[in-house]
Design a protein around this ligand. Sequence first.
Ligand code: HEM
Length: 149
Amino acid sequence: MVYLVGVLNQMNMLTAKEIALVKKSWLTIRKTDPLIISNEFYGKLFYDNPELRKMFPQSMEGQYGKLIDMLNTIIERLEKLDDLKGDIFQMANRHVNYGVMPEHYNMVGKALLWTLQKNLGNEWNAELRTAWVNCYAVLSGTMIAVTAR
Ligand code: HEM
């Protein structure tokens, strides 16, 4: 129980400024076709970590929209992530069934930051990077903690 309270608190660790920065930059990302963003993201993920490719279906088409849709949902509700904790917990458990291990989250985080930087151009700076690093840390930390029980 104490452990679960820790997980829930972790979901509120972003500052208002960080939330605003992530949301604003996400609006820019959304102006680009999600298929292009996803293609770049998975391209980078599999180029850097070819061993991960076999965890995913042969055809990635169905996968492309799912990650962006989920990020949309999460980023829209960043200031009240508690509302989403049930969804995030279930998603974390599904990931265990896909064979995802805690160390894989760092690989996905790097590919995500790379994709964001590539598409945000002049908007990208150290402050925005920190906001995204913290945002992904909260999300991935929650997913890892839920399944590490
Ligand atoms: C914050 C991090 C992540 C988010 C938001 C996320 C999101 C998603 C979503 C929305 C799906 C669609 C299916 C579902 O909801 O269960 C999915 C599937 C999947 N994800 Fe993730 N994911 C994350 C991290 C990871 C990591 C670290 C890996 C490890 C490589 C991974 C591997 C997979 C795989 C293998 C599938 C299933 C593909 C399939 O069989 O259709 N994900 N992910």
